[in-house]
Design a binder for this molecule. Structure first.
Ligand SMILES: NC(=O)C1=CN([C@@H]2O[C@H](COP(=O)(O)OP(=O)(O)OC[C@H]3O[C@@H](n4cnc5c(N)ncnc54)[C@H](OP(=O)(O)O)[C@@H]3O)[C@@H](O)[C@H]2O)C=CC1
Ligand SMILES: O=C1CO[C@H](CO)[C@@H](O)[C@@H]1O
Length: 317
């Protein structure tokens, strides 16, 4: 029996399952089984990106689960993202077509601009310039957005959105946009709860997808002095009270805030655990307690990009 999963309504009426499976750092060897397991468990939303280097293997799982009759294409919600080296408006369509080919799909449910920062075009996903930093391109994300609008008009993606955009960048984008982004996908967890950005996006009709909702444990870029979300004693105490794990509390926290959440795992028992969050609610009082954990701890910082003209994290939100 498949568990009922709440959906979040986007500004164009499309509905997105509130929980999806993340796939960053899911190795090509493991991701096919992980996505198959997730679909068997009841996930209907998969978060992908060209930059994760595993879209073909994700696509193989989707094809297998459609061909064995577990799901139909329109039961699934598949997101992917335009990488920074493809910001030139003239190549946006070929970038999504390339992703669709890898995923073995003829449309995406949601296509996001992965970052507001364009990088130098070419085969290198992280081109390094003479100064040792990322080599930027001059493309303005506002013009890239116009090309994204064409993608939606052509039916290659049912919805379009953004990722890692700050409020000023959204404001600027909205001055020219004909289509309001459906989603802004950003880092969001109790140590970085993004309250001001969420309030801003709510006013504009933009939903938030929370990435790294578990604090991305074990990722190599995390500093040893950074606090670890899943072993925080205050989160552990709340988890114990509900007879749930800290990961389940961190996931349900996002869902109760009205956000979409995309925990990653390639471990079947954790894929299941992360999905088992619909048989309880965190009380309003405990949600307020978790709100106090915020320390604006940003764990995901793109390497070598902090001097980019469109680096998003110098603004307050
Ligand atoms: N738009 C963007 O710029 C970004 C988007 N993302 C998206 O968000 C997704 C999630 O973020 P991500 O950074 O991967 O981090 P998460 O916060 O989802 O953490 C993933 C890590 O937690 C482990 N884990 C999963 N479930 C549990 C559990 N129940 N108990 C203990 N450990 C657990 C996983 O291990 P294991 O797999 O070994 O089980 C993995 O190491 C990404 O995969 C990607 O799809 C992420 C970063 C940036
Ligand atoms: O989604 C993400 C994870 O992978 C990318 C690069 O490999 C990151 O830049 C990005 O934030």
């Amino acid at each position: 029996m498949t568990m009922f999963v709440p959906k979040v309504k986007l500004n164009n009426g499309q509905e997105i399952p509130a929980i999806g499976l993340g796939t960053w750092k899911s190795t090509p060897e493991k991701v096919t089984q992980a996505v198959k397991d997730a679909i068997d468990i009841g996930y209907r939303h998969i978060d992908c990106a060209f930059a994760y280097g595993n879209e073909e293997q994700v696509g193989a799982a989707i094809a297998a689960k459609i061909s064995d009759g577990t799901v139909k294409r329109n039961d699934l919600f598949i997101t992917s993202k335009l990488w920074n080296t493809f910001h030139r408006p003239g190549i946006v369509e070929s970038a999504i077509r390339n992703t669709l080919k890898s995923l073995d799909l003829d449309y995406l449910d949601l296509y996001l601009i992965h970052w507001p920062m364009g990088y130098k075009e070419g085969n290198d996903l992280a081109p390094v310039g003479p100064d040792g930093n990322i080599e930027a391109s001059d493309y303005d994300y506002v013009d890239t957005w116009t090309a994204m609008e064409e993608i939606q008009k052509k039916g290659l993606a049912k919805s379009i959105g953004i990722s890692n955009f700050n409020s000023r960048q959204i404001e600027r984008l909205l001055e020219k946009a004909k289509i309001v982004p459906a989603v802004n996908q950003v880092e969001c967890h109790p140590f970085l709860n993004q309250r001001p950005l969420i309030e801003y996006c709510n006013l504009k009709g933009i939903k938030i997808t929370a990435y790294s909702p578990l604090g991305s444990p074990g990722r190599s870029g995390i500093k040893s002095e950074d606090p670890v979300l899943l072993t925080d004693p205050r989160l552990e105490a709340i988890a114990k009270k509900y007879n749930k794990s800290p990961a389940q509390i961190a996931i349900k926290y996002q869902i109760q805030k009205g956000n979409i959440v995309i925990p990653k795992s390639t471990t079947k028992s954790r894929i299941q655990e992360n999905f088992n969050v619909f048989d309880f609610d965190i009380s309003v009082e405990d949600i307020s307690v978790i709100d106090t954990f915020n320390i604006n701890l940003r764990l995901i910082q793109p390497w070598g990009s902090s001097s980019h003209k469109y680096y998003p994290f110098n603004e307050e939100f």
